[in-house]
Design a protein around this ligand. Structure first.
Ligand code: MN3
Length: 221
């Protein structure tokens, strides 16, 4: 599939390794407190060291039983779950999805305010009218997600689409193009600071978006 290969380019063209998402558990691309006050340090630590680490370990447990699969890219595995032995397929989808999604999530947030510009600005302004209207839709999408899941902006055939997906599903698993923006709406992502106020979390989170990261992805398609 065309989309599979375009994602892999992320790792080769970038001049640092920060865009690489693979079968490796990495440090965050910034300090745990770097996103304060929007996301507190304790939430970041638990989220990265406990939640993502657990997804990663569970994924690796399955891959250790099937070492030939380790030669594949994680997006190839997510897009072709039939490669995973049936007994472990659901567990793999949830945990490899969790590992991929969190790796993407850390990169699509920036400690420094990033200017909304470039190709993503063109696409969003065309599809949603303005950044403000996009933000409104984004927050609404997150509020409409019942229970745990993610907000995704993805692109396919130059068309962007905003949607929410359950649990650790993502655009690779659901076969709807390449991910551009990911926001975690599981309670563990915001509960310590925002309690039940998902709307406040989403409005604050939106300001963290690393538009440069998104434009890098678009530049590599
Ligand atoms: Mn999470």
């Amino acid at each position: 599939m065309r989309f599979v290969t375009s994602t892999i380019i992320l790792s080769s063209k970038s001049n640092s390794n920060k865009n690489t998402i693979d079968l490796e558990f990495k440090d965050l691309p910034y300090e745990y407190n770097a996103l304060e006050p929007v996301i507190d340090s304790e939430t970041m630590k638990i989220h990265h060291n406990k939640h993502q680490k657990k997804y990663y370990d569970n994924m690796m447990e399955i891959l250790d039983k099937n070492p030939e699969l380790k030669k594949k890219k994680i997006v190839d595995l997510l897009e072709n779950l039939n490669l995973i032995p049936k007994a472990d397929r659901e567990k793999f989808k949830n945990n490899a999805g969790g590992h991929f999604n969190h790796s993407f999530f850390w990169n699509v947030m920036s400690p420094k305010k990033i200017k909304y510009s470039g190709e993503i600005k063109k696409l969003i302004d065309e599809e949603f009218g303005s950044l403000e209207s996009f933000k409104e839709e984004f927050v609404k999408t997150g509020l409409d997600q019942f229970g745990s899941g993610w907000i995704w902006l993805c692109i396919r055939n130059n068309q962007i689409k905003l949607s929410s997906m359950d649990y650790q599903n993502n655009p690779h698993i659901e076969n709807c193009g390449l991910p551009l923006i990911a926001c975690d709406v599981w309670e563990h992502a915001y509960y310590l600071k925002y309690r039940n106020d998902r709307e406040k979390y989403l409005n604050s989170w939106f300001e963290l978006i690393n538009w440069n990261y998104v434009n890098d992805i678009l530049g590599n398609i």
